[in-house]
Design a protein around this ligand. Structure first.
Ligand code: AMP
Length: 429
């Protein structure tokens, strides 16, 4: 006999099954509501773009562009890549649609999958999901940075993610960073032979990334390196100091972290990260920062400023599952058990009415005996069994049985609808 291949999801990708997807829906819906309350509006973006868009914005020396993108040639031979992140796409869309002509700053958010060919492990996947927000426009006031950090923490509070830590830093601008990077490079050259191969390579390609190193043997050396926060120009220093005042005004707890440089080239001034508990080494659930020159770099107007963040939904949900406070989500409210031919049209009809009133209703496609029907209702976690037998059909009534304690009552249709409606409002059934 021909052997049949068993297909499996590709390494680093996974299925989110119904047992979890309700939590995902709730997480994303909660995020949408909080983002909307800060006047952010959704932008829906393509999942692939020209490869060059990512190379130019994220930087070709970064791991993301250098090693991790899923890139392929389209038939017309242009190179396209699955998006590894969405900030570049938001900026591309901002430029393409002339959004600088719209009044004020544009506050945009997106929700969806990203693709990076990383080594899969807990909290790290090749297809993962982000909820991100960006503010693009003429102003770079520190109040913008502070507002999005406030929004993030409000959001994590609503999501039941209590044990989070916010780290902030400033990575300077085109005026002050190049000089610091040179200084750092020189300093690193003097200790080169004490560094691992990755850091040695980065001395020439991207010395800031050495600060990201997690190698235990490099930590003491790194602590002695010159710090960018001590070499900011006056304007960047003032921006950072005003940001910290703004955060205090908003009663936001934060820690300064001078090594938080982030992996992508386009950041200027403010960078930040939020970590959560229960995640092991992949404990960052959100990262972001300011990218004031990016729109111009991508061919847009000079002077457009930008700042944004991306929440890693996979990790945030893992953290909620492993010690946060997952909400009680509504499940199956009513399972209909019907017996006899007369009961069937009544069951179809009442199912429609109950669903229209917002209840989750299961009407089994085949008739079984009452014991079996209620057994299945119980296994499915239904709150109520709605019994329609010969008796009920003849008298135009319904028997409603609460499955938790077997309490049951006989009701007319209007009593039934009224009772279940008040239950739904009271219990979120
Ligand atoms: P980044 O776009 O690298 O700034 O990442 C922002 C957030 O996305 C991180 O803090 C993570 O929570 C999440 N993230 C990034 N890469 C992955 C991945 N491969 N798997 C799961 N989550 C990721």
């Amino acid at each position: 006999m021909e052997s049949r291949k068993q297909f499996r999801a590709i390494k680093g990708t996974r299925d989110i099954l119904p047992a979890e997807s309700a939590l995902w829906d709730w997480f994303e819906q909660t995020a949408r509501e909080v983002l909307a309350s800060y006047n952010f509006r959704e932008i829906r973006l393509p999942i692939f773009e020209e490869t060059e868009l990512f190379a130019r914005s994220i930087g070709s020396d970064t791991d993301v562009v250098g090693k991790e993108m899923y890139t392929f040639d389209d038939r017309d031979e242009s190179s396209i890549s699955l998006r590894p992140e969405a900030t570049a796409s938001v900026c591309r869309a901002y430029i393409e649609h002339g959004m600088h002509l719209l009044p004020g700053n544009q506050k945009l958010y997106y929700v969806g999958p990203m693709f990076r060919r990383e080594r899969p492990q807990k909290g790290r996947y090749r297809q993962f999901y982000q909820i991100g927000a960006e503010v693009l426009g003429p102003s770079d006031a520190p109040a913008i940075d502070a507002e999005i950090l406030e929004m993030l923490l409000v959001l994590f509070g609503h999501e039941g993610l209590m044990n989070t830590t916010l780290y902030v830093n400033s990575v300077g601008c085109q005026q002050c960073r190049p000089e610091y990077v040179e200084r750092l490079r020189e300093e690193l050259r003097t200790v080169k032979d004490k560094l691992g191969p990755d850091s040695q390579r980065r001395i020439e390609t991207n010395p800031l990334r050495v600060l990201d190193s997690k190698l235990p043997e490099e930590q003491a050396l790194i602590e002695k390196l010159p710090r960018l926060v001590d070499h900011l120009c006056a304007a960047c220093r003032q921006h950072f100091s005003e940001l910290k005042d703004e955060l205090r005004l908003r009663e936001i707890c934060f820690e300064e972290s001078w090594r938080l440089v982030r992996g992508l080239d386009y950041y200027t001034r403010t960078t930040f990260e939020v970590t959560a508990t229960g995640l092991g080494s992949q404990n960052a659930i959100c990262g972001g920062g300011r990218y004031d020159g990016l729109v111009e770099l991508l061919g847009g107007r000079a002077g457009v400023k930008g700042i944004g963040f991306a929440i890693g939904t996979d990790r945030a949900i893992l953290s909620i599952q492993e010690g946060g406070h997952p909400p009680a989500l509504p499940g199956l409210s009513v399972f209909i058990a019907r017996m006899g031919t007369r009961a069937y049209p009544i069951a179809v009809n009442i199912a429609k009415k109950l669903r229209a009133s917002g209840l989750v209703v299961e009407l089994p496609p085949e008739e079984t005996n009452l014991r079996k029907a209620l057994g299945l209702a119980d296994k499915l976690g239904a709150r109520y069994g709605l019994i329609i037998g010969e008796d009920e059909a003849a008298s135009g009534t319904f028997t409603l049985k609460r499955l938790a304690d077997a309490d049951q009552k006989r009701l007319s249709e209007s009593e039934l609808l009224e009772f279940l409606e008040s239950e739904r409002r009271g219990l979120g059934a």
